[in-house]
Each structure stands twice: as structure tokens, then as C-alpha cells.
Design a protein. Structure first.
Lengths: 226, 226
DNA sequence: GTAGTAAAGTGTATTTTGCAACTAACTTAA
DNA sequence: TTAAGTTAGTTGCAAAATACACTTTACTAC
């Protein structure tokens, strides 16, 4: 039969979610005020224990925790990296499976309602985070920046339909890039068929109305030749 | 004070290493015959429990386990992804932090010595792996293929010094790519200063002797413009 | 020497990208 | 109702990057 696993071979396992969105043209992270020890009262990433009885895996933990603590539904989430060690949590040797979640701001504010103990903080103003959350946040922003350059990741910061100008602006924010050429950007997105036009136009302010687009689900990463 | 963590909030945590190398022009994975239950006698990835008393983090676990089970030293290793769930291990809800390790074949065979319960199996012949190790292996090969196209990852399958022909052949194997253009390949590697020439030439068979190169440590990922 | 072989370099056609100007569609207000 | 302002979307071309074929270099074996 199977060996019994001794208790000292078991570790605290949590999922921590870096929820990113765009506020006033800046990347912002959703931080939550911790209710319990350790670090009660401090702002931290949105996280929680794995519940072995109900979570199918840590992805489910992350999704559940994010839902429960923000009310958000239908967000984009992907696994980032795993952080571990004896010192990162004062309760002892622990493992945190970190996730990157992206959402359009309007959806998030709607989900949070009025009160809410979730604060949206510009990523470069999020200081004094407990545990190793500063490191996890840095990894999340790094992932968005690097993977954003060859995938449709930044589009997840926008509602399901968007204009090409909105998309380009979002890429620029997500990548921290100076400025992307308009025609190159459009050519690439349409040639690779990453997006498709949908019925409808939108007038933001004055000026010509813009065609609406949405992501095509099939492809999300650009090809790259060596 | 800190809350006590209830035992049902603790999980089995292991590190599993996908050790890849090139054997006869093919990617091969190092599989080890399991000594103990579950799945005793079966070939599996190289893995082991986190030892909270000696491991600084799961990276240390992976490095230690790979060293202990193969004798290998100075390999390349990076975190891949984390796999978890109630069913993947019959002992119960478990977490496996998976790692990708790369090594040149000669170093590995030297480390393994004569006996050794580590077998090198071509990646597409590795079937019937226990746990979710097939999935982990697929993720590792996928990472090498995708990240290899814009990084020096495949070079880790070669000894410290190598010729450009060897490097190109290794990229082709790692990427599973049809054929890379020689002049483009050389231009890119030298222009981006990913490699540097070292003293010495090598004659493999007949023909002109090839210049030896090594990786420049600083840069390992190519730039990418949108 | 001559043939064979692999490394390394060169020239050029082709493709991709960057830039800037231009046209289109709409709003506002004199 | 017309002119000015604003944003969307397109086009043409220069510049840069890449792919492909071919040439030269350096070595071995006969």
C-alpha cells in the first residue's frame, strides 16, 4: 500500500493573485487589507489557502479566492510562478503559487461595488507589501511586459470589444513602451488574425467613429522566427 | 500572535525535474526507476519531497534532488510550472513544482557512471509515466521549443564551449525546427552579442576547423519588437 | 598537387517594419 | 452652412531585417 506521508513533509500552500488593471492610463494592482494575522491590517495581494476538499488544483484556488474577495467573474488568469521558503511567511515553510489576473477596470469597479476593502494602487506606488509580495508583483509586471510583446495578453485589460486605438494605448501601458507605430500595429494584428471586427462603431469624443473589434480565441501568441 | 496552521491546510509538496539532453540528435529525458510506493518500479521524472529543514526554497529542492539522484553538478535549471490536485498522487492532494533542467550529454553520462537507475529516453518514446508526469514532460518540451526561439536556452544542451555548427544543430533539435538559415543564425547570435569567441578551434572530421564560442552570461533573451 | 569536406563570408532578392503624409468621418461653433 | 478641430483609418515609400544561393577559406586524405 501507499506510504503514509509524515506531517513534516507537508507544507502550507496558498495561491496569491496579482490582479492588474488600468487606472488613469497606469497599471494598477488590486491590494486587499488583511483581516487576520500575520500582517493583519496591511495591504497585500489577494490570496488564500488551498482548500483540499473543494479545490481541484491551485488554479481553482486562485479563481475561487479572487471571486470571493472581489466578486469579479470571467476574468483572465494564468499561473505565474511559485514562491517558497522558510522565511517568506512567519508561520513557517510555505509555498505560494502566484497567478496573474487581468481585468478591464469597469468590470472590476462594478464587481467591487461601493465599499470593498480592495484598493487599486499604481504598481510603482505599491510599497511595503508583506511576505514576498513585492517580488511576486514584480514578477507579474515583468510577465505582462515581456509576454505582452508577442501575445494578446494586454487585450485582457480591455472589455470584450474595443477599438484599435484603445488596444494600442493599452499595449503601450502594458509594455511600458514609448510608442508603437499605428500602421505596423494594425497590420500585425489583422494579418495574424488575432482580432476580428464586430458589428458596431464607437464615438469616444469628437472625431470619426471607430470600428469595434474582439479577440479571436484560437490564437494568442505571435509566431517568432529565429 | 500568529495563528496556528491547521493540518488540513498543509499539503504534500514535491519538486519534479524534467532533465533534458540530446542523445543521437534527439531530445531525451532522464527518467528514474522509482524505489518506493506509489508506482514503485515504474520510470518517472526525477523528484522528491521538499525538506523544510534544509531547503531554502523549491529551487533548492530541485537542485538537491537532481544532484543526489544523478550525481550531476553545474547544470542549468529553471522553474517551469506548478501542478497540483487531489488525484495526481494517490497519497492525496499534492503540489509538484516542476523544473526544467538542461545538460550536455557527456557531462551527464560521466556523472551517472556505469550503473545508474537513470535512463535516457527520447521524449516521444516516454510513455506510461506515473502521476501527471506525461503532462509535466510535455510542458517542459513546450517551454524549450517556445522559449528556445528567443533565448539561449538550447545552448545549455551543449558543453561550455561549442562551435556555431554544433549550436545551430542543437537549436534545430531543441526547436524541432525544419532548418535554420546559417547566415541569419550567425548574424543574430553575434550582433546581439549572445556568444563570444574563445581561444581555440576544433576539427570534428575533415574540413576547416571551427571557431569555438561560449555564451556571454549577461544576456539570455532576445529583444522583440511588436 | 587534387579531390573532398566543413566553416565562414558575400551579394542580392524578398519581406518586414517605421515613418510621414493623406483621406475619411464626425463634432462644435461662429 | 461652412470652417476648424479631432480621431480613425489608409497609403506610399524608405530603411532595415531576413532568406537564399553562391564563393572563399582552411583543413584532411590520397
Amino acid at each position: 500500500m501507499h506510504q503514509v506521508v509524515p506531517p513534516d513533509h507537508k507544507q502550507i500552500v496558498t495561491a496569491d493573485v496579482v490582479l492588474l488593471t488600468v487606472v488613469d492610463g497606469q497599471l494598477a494592482v488590486g491590494l486587499i487589507r488583511r483581516e487576520s494575522e500575520p500582517f493583519a491590517g496591511r495591504s497585500a495581494l489577494i490570496g488564500g489557502y488551498v482548500h483540499a476538499d473543494k479545490d481541484q488544483d491551485t488554479d481553482a484556488t486562485a479563481t475561487r479566492v479572487l471571486r470571493q474577495k472581489t466578486g469579479l467573474e470571467g476574468f483572465f488568469i494564468e499561473q505565474l510562478s511559485t514562491f517558497s521558503g522558510p522565511k517568506r511567511d512567519p508561520r513557517g515553510w510555505s509555498v505560494s503559487v502566484a497567478y496573474l489576473a487581468l481585468t478591464p477596470l469597469d468590470r472590476l469597479t462594478k464587481a467591487l461595488g461601493d465599499g470593498g476593502n480592495v484598493a487599486l494602487t499604481p504598481v510603482d506606488e505599491a510599497r511595503d507589501l508583506p511576505f514576498d509580495h513585492a517580488q511576486i508583483l514584480a514578477a507579474a509586471v515583468g510577465r505582462l511586459r515581456s509576454k505582452g510583446a508577442y501575445s494578446t495578453l494586454p487585450a485582457r485589460l480591455l472589455p470584450e470589444t474595443f477599438t484599435l486605438s484603445e488596444l494600442q494605448a493599452t499595449y503601450q501601458i502594458a509594455l511600458g513602451a514609448a510608442r508603437i507605430d499605428k500602421s505596423s500595429f494594425r497590420r500585425k494584428l489583422t494579418e495574424l488574425a488575432l482580432i476580428e471586427a464586430v458589428e458596431g462603431l464607437r464615438a469616444e469624443t469628437g472625431g470619426r467613429q471607430a470600428q469595434l473589434y474582439r479577440l479571436r480565441q484560437a490564437i494568442s501568441v505571435f509566431e517568432r522566427r529565429l
